[in-house]
Design a protein around this ligand. Structure first.
Ligand SMILES: CC(C)(COP(=O)(O)OP(=O)(O)OC[C@H]1O[C@@H](n2cnc3c(N)ncnc32)[C@H](O)[C@@H]1OP(=O)(O)O)[C@@H](O)C(=O)NCCC(=O)NCCS
Length: 200
């Protein structure tokens, strides 16, 4: 049979997995990440950071480390089952960041250190970064032990985070290779709300 003749018979077979995917995978889903998501996370990081500056906020082993220790402080945005944007955080036990915050998770801390927010290249400039950050901030409000979220970013991203309600704390004491950062902070209102409600 010629290739052309075979096409009608091949077509349904080739299309059926696609159809199945559409039925089984939600169009859009937000959920905490887990260690199995580490490769997808790192692929986005590789393009977003390493190809630009040679550095990235979290290397693959660090992604796995935090997604094992504190998956509940991460949030992934999946479309048709594909990771399109994510945030990874861990707990820190001081208000300001220092070197140890890059690698440590302090389970009794009250500050969420946001290590990284990144959107897959093909999904940028669609408002996804701010939306994901907003959902993450709402989620953190439900965690009674969280008082602050802090992050370090390069100067050109300061306006971006200001729009999400972060305030500038000043230069960050951490430097990575030749890169310097501004430290920013967001106060989580959840614990105040819980205190008010607990009176009744
Ligand atoms: C930065 C990033 C998270 C923004 O997400 P996004 O979904 O593409 O954001 P949007 O394009 O919808 O932009 C929202 C606003 O941020 C601004 N913005 C987006 N990327 C920016 C950047 N790299 N630098 C400065 N401002 C930026 C936009 O101009 C826009 O401003 P506006 O509201 O005045 O129009 C995304 O571009 C990304 O993943 N970049 C690579 C990784 C990175 O740098 N992460 C942040 C450091 S951890």
């Amino acid at each position: 049979m010629s290739v052309t003749g075979a096409r009608p018979f091949l077509k349904p077979i080739l299309e059926s997995p696609g159809r199945q995917r559409r039925h089984t995978l939600p169009a859009s889903e937000f959920r905490p990440l887990n260690p199995q998501d580490a490769i997808s996370v790192f692929e986005i990081e590789r393009e977003a950071f390493i190809s630009v500056s040679g550095e990235c906020p979290l290397h693959l082993d660090e992604v796995r480390h935090f997604l094992t220790l504190c998956p509940e402080l991460s949030l992934g945005w999946f479309e048709q089952g594909r990771l399109v944007a994510f945030i990874i955080g861990s707990l820190w036990d001081e208000d300001r960041l220092s070197e140890g915050a890059l690698t440590l998770h302090k389970p009794h801390g009250h500050t969420v250190h946001i290590h990284v927010l990144a959107v897959h290249r093909t999904f940028r400039q669609q408002g996804k970064g701010p939306i994901l950050m907003w959902r993450y901030q709402q989620y953190l409000r439900c965690l009674p032990y969280v008082r602050l979220a802090v992050l370090m970013c390069e100067d050109d991203l300061v306006p971006f985070y200001k729009k999400s309600g972060f305030k500038v704390l000043g230069p960050c004491s951490i430097t990575v290779a030749h890169l310097t950062f501004t430290e920013m902070q967001y106060a989580i209102g959840g614990h105040a709300l819980m205190r008010r409600n607990s009176q009744f």
